[in-house]
Design a protein around this ligand. Structure first.
Ligand code: SF4
Length: 227
C-alpha cells in the first residue's frame, strides 16, 4: 500500500537505489529456502549471537531431534544444553518451546503452511501476534520460506537506508519495516534484503564505510554531508 505523504523524490530515489543494487548484486531472493518453523526457530537462536554460533546450535538441534514435536516435548534443560552454543540458552529453549506450543494450540499441529496463501498483511499480523515475534522475524519467515515480497529490516538494512536518506535517522527499526515497504518499488522488495545486507557488509560498513568505492555515493545523504 503506498502512502501519499511520502515525497515523490524519495520514491524516485528508492527506485534508483533498487535498480542499481540489482544491477550490481542481482535479482535473486536468496539461496536459503528452509521450512517456516526452521526459519522461526533460527531467528530465536540468532538473537545476541553470531551467524556461526546460530548455525552450529541449529545443526545440533536438528541432529538431536527429528521433529518439532520432539523439540516441544523435550525436557527444557535438555533442549537448553543442545542449543548451548547459541548463548542465552535457557531463555532461548524456553522461548522455542513457548512459540511451538502457541502454534500447536492455534493451528492444531506444528505447521505454518497456512501462511502461504494467507493475504500478506494477515500473514504478518498472524505471525507478529505470536508472543515474542516481531516484524523482522515475521518478515524473515515470509520472505525466506515462502518468497513473499517483504523486507526484513536487520541492522544492515536499517543503517544503509538511513545513510542513504531513504528514512530519517530517528526512525525505529519496527517503523522502518512499514516505511521501506511503502517507499521501495514492489518488484524490488524480494531481493532487497539480500542486496542491502551484502552492501552493508562489504561497502557500507558500520565503521569506516567505503564511500569512495560506493556505487550509491551519488544518491547518498551521508556522503553528501561529508563534502
Ligand atoms: S556512500 Fe558511504 S554511507 Fe553512502 S551508501 Fe555508500 S558506503 Fe554507505
Amino acid at each position: 500500500m503506498s502512502d501519499p505523504e511520502i515525497p515523490l523524490k524519495i520514491r524516485l530515489k528508492a527506485k534508483k537505489v533498487c535498480d542499481i543494487l540489482i544491477r550490481y548484486y542481482g535479482k535473486a531472493v536468496s539461496s536459503r529456502k528452509l521450512p517456516p518453523l526452521d526459519e522461526l526457530v533460527m531467528t530465536i537462536l540468532s538473537q545476541h549471537t553470531s551467524d556461526v554460533n546460530m548455525f552450529r546450535s541449529f545443526g545440533f538441534l536438528k541432529e538431536r531431534y527429528l521433529t518439532w514435536e520432539e523439540v516441544l516435548e523435550a525436557p527444557q534443560d535438555e533442549l537448553a544444553l543442545v542449543i548451548k552454543s547459541s548463548g542465552m540458552y535457557n531463555l532461548k529453549a524456553k522461548r522455542i518451546q513457548a512459540t511451538l506450543r502457541e502454534i500447536h494450540t492455534r493451528v492444531g499441529k506444528l505447521d505454518l503452511t497456512l501462511l502461504e496463501t494467507m493475504e500478506l498483511d494477515e500473514a504478518k499480523k498472524w505471525l507478529t501476534s505470536l508472543h515474542g515475534v516481531g516484524p523482522k522475524t515475521a518478515a524473515i519467515v515470509l520472505l525466506f520460506s515462502f518468497e513473499r515480497p517483504v523486507l526484513p529490516v536487520d541492522t544492515h538494512v536499517w543503517r544503509v537506508t538511513k545513510r542513504l536518506g531513504l528514512i530519517e535517522q530517528r526512525v525505529s527499526r519496527e517503523k522502518a519495516h512499514v516505511l521501506l515497504e511503502q517507499i521501495m518499488p514492489s518488484s524490488c522488495i524480494p531481493s532487497l534484503n539480500k542486496n542491502l545486507v551484502r552492501h552493508g557488509r562489504e561497502v557500507c560498513r558500520a565503521q569506516n564505510p567505503k564511500c569512495d568505492d560506493c556505487f550509491l555515493s551519488h544518491l547518498c545523504q551521508y556522503y553528501s554531508s561529508l563534502k
